[in-house]
Structure formats: C-alpha cells, structure tokens
Write a protein that binds this ligand. Structure first.
Ligand code: IPM
Ligand code: MG
Length: 367
C-alpha cells in the first residue's frame, strides 16, 4: 500500500521525535511491504522564521493532498521566544488552530493509559493507581470558545474582553457519534462532560448526546459536570472509558488526565474529520528546554504514528506491531529520562537511553 504522509516536525523537540517516528514507520513499511512517501511542511515557529506566519496556504494545500499528517510539536518558550512578541494571530499556536479548522478536524482523541511498567510514575496514591486505568478523551476540536467571536474594547471607559461559546446541534451530534463509535470498540461506556447546571451550550450538548445514545443501546451513558470530572480523574480514574466533551473542557481535562498517568511522554493523539484523514501528534508540547539534546521521549509520537496506521489506513496488524514493540522496550527496562523511576532501587534494573537510541530499539523489535 502507498501511504502519503505529510510531516510537520515543528519546533522544540518536534524534529527529533518525528525523525524517530519515521524510522519506526519505515521499519513497518519494510516488514509489511508498504511504501511510505513523506513530505515535510513548516508550521509554528519554524514557519514564522521563514514566512513570517505560522502556516501558509501552500502548507495547508500540501496537508489536504496527503492521506494523513504526522506532527511533532509547535511553539517555544512564551516568556523568552521572540515569536510571542507577535500579535496572537501570528504566533505558533495560531498555525495549529488554523490547520485544525482548515482540515475540519473536529474530533480529537486523547488516550490516557497507565502502563503497568510505569505505574510507579503515577502521582496518585497506590490504592488508586493499583487499579490501573485506560481512558480516551474525545474532545470537540473546531467549535466552542476557541473559534467563537472575540473582541476587546472599551465599555464605559473600561477595557472589556468578550469570548463567545457557540455550539450548533450538528456540531454536537457529529462529535457524539465519534464518541459512541469509539466506545463500541472499547469498554462501551461514555461519560459526557458538561456544565449543564450553568451553560445553555451544555444543556443543548446533553440533549443531543442523549438523542445519539439511543442509536447505541449497548453503550452506557452517564453525564458528569466538568468540575466533578476534574475531581473524579484524581479520585477514581479507573471509572472512565470514553470521556466525551467540548473543546475547552477537553483541553483542560486531557492535560489533567495525562498528568495523572505520570508519563506524558507516552501519550498519543489523533484529530479526525468525517473522512479517513487525520492529523496525529503526541499529547505533549515542544519542550524547548530539552530540544536538540537527544533526550526527548519519542514514544508518544511513535504511538501517534500507530494510531495513524490504525485509523487512517486500517492497518491494524502494523499498528499492533508498533504497540507491541513499545511494550517490549518497557518490559526490557529501556527508559528515556522522563520515564526513569525515581528511587535508586528501581533504577538499578533500568537502562537509560536517548531519543535516537529509543527509536533504534523500537526498529529492532519490529524487524
Ligand atoms: C492542545 C494545546 C492547544 C489547545 C494550544 C497550543 C492552542 O493546548 O492541543 O491541547 O489549546 O488546543
Ligand atoms: Mg492543551
């Protein structure tokens, strides 16, 4: 099979981790007889430095023409990087928002899994982490506060800022369908998260989610208020399977869920539209402080590439092979610095490796 993939190395550790993910994809292609065609595009700070804007129309056209996009990370240090002296619409993050909207990537899947081998990294009490957890946050990605009208103006002599939160029933329905579809392939439970005790947009959310649920009699639906969900994530994360929520709540809860795993360097994500097309990226950021040191953890990007094989190309066996290789490096005791255990006792059985060595190990397990 021919796979046409646009890569966005981006900023910070982005280029290093994308390089390793490509190595792993190439190994899969070789082992299973596929043909990977890559094309790099610039986004974020890397694009600002060359074109003065975080994403060009040509780059969007390249992405649209591909089957899928594999991204590293974008952005820099917000207090020291000159990119953040630019007006908001010219900063690195604006490129990410622009590509999400341009490609209609309304469904953002963010798994948060506690790996057995990394359970000691979980910051929760042992009685909670011992139960393990494996959840997926289905975040709406092209609506709500992120894309509503906004302005700052003087009202009665006082600067006043407005952001608007709008959702149409169609926008809610299509993301709810994605949430229930994914739940059918997992443990068949959806927790829809909203703030229906205050917000109209949440009350409509609840109504439409309940309508969609009728088509999925096997899936258990529960509603949860977002503030309670934030508490439940640290109190009893094992209760969650699919968390279905709007853009802003999903942004916040997915960071919380990833922190609770204690190993954000392991978490992948996918942003999908109504077709097989998707943009795949690690859940973590660009970590500018460790960029270029060959110490970043490439596993989140590698696992995002596995999601790409699974969701865009329906190559389940190939995706399984990558996930199995990741499991095996962990059980064999290889760790990048971010997932090294803290105690000397535990460290004894581990081998610390850099970003490119981790990529090489994964490749060797796939061959
Ligand atoms: C994320 C990020 C982005 C978001 C930023 C960089 C605009 O935090 O992907 O979660 O808020 O969506
Ligand atoms: Mg975020």
């Amino acid at each position: 099979m021919d796979l046409n993939i646009v890569c966005i190395p981006g900023d910070g550790i982005g280029p290093e981790i994308v390089t390793e993910a490509k190595k792993v994809l190439d190994a899969v292609a070789k082992a299973y007889g596929h043909n990977m065609n890559y094309k790099d595009i610039l986004m974020g700070g890397a694009s600002i430095d060359v074109h003065g804007i975080p994403l060009t129309d040509e780059a969007i056209a390249d992405a649209k023409a591909a089957d899928a996009v594999l991204m590293g990370s974008i952005g820099g240090n917000t207090s020291t990087s000159p990119w953040y002296k630019l007006p908001p619409e010219k900063r690195p993050e604006a490129g990410l928002l622009k590509i999400r909207k341009a490609l209609n990537l309304f469904a953002n899947l963010r798994p948060a899994v506690l790996y057995d081998e990394l359970a000691s990294a979980c910051p929760l009490k042992e009685e909670i982490s011992a139960k393990g957890f494996d959840m997926l946050i289905m975040r709406e990605l092209t609506g709500g506060l992120y894309f509503g009208e906004r302005k700052t103006e003087e009202v009665n002599g006082k600067l006043t800022a407005v952001d608007t939160l709008t959702y149409s029933e169609d926008e809610i329905r299509r993301i709810a369908i994605k949430g229930f579809d994914v739940a059918m392939k997992r443990r068949k439970k959806v927790t829809s998260v909203d703030k229906a005790n205050v917000l109209d947009s949440s009350r409509l959310w609840r109504k439409i989610v309940e309508e969609v649920a009728k088509d999925y009699p096997e899936v258990t639906l529960e509603h949860m208020l977002v503030d309670n969900c934030a508490m439940q994530l640290v109190k009893d994360p094992a209760q969650f399977d699919v968390i279905l929520t709007e853009n802003m709540f999903g942004d916040i809860l997915s960071d919380e869920a990833s922190m609770v795993t204690g190993s954000i360097g392991m978490l992948s994500s996918a942003s999908l539209n109504d077709t097989k097309f998707g943009l795949y990226e690690p859940s973590h950021g660009s970590a500018p402080d460790i960029a270029g040191k060959n110490i970043a953890n490439p596993i989140a990007t590698v696992l995002s590439a596995a999601m790409m094989l699974r969701y865009t190309f329906d190559l389940d066996k190939e995706a399984d092979a990558i996930e199995a290789a990741v499991k095996k490096v962990l059980t064999d005791g290889y760790r990048t610095v971010d997932i090294m255990p803290q105690t000397e006792e535990e460290k004894k059985n581990m081998k610390q490796v850099g970003c490119s060595e981790m990529g090489d190990l994964l490749v060797s397990y796939i061959q």
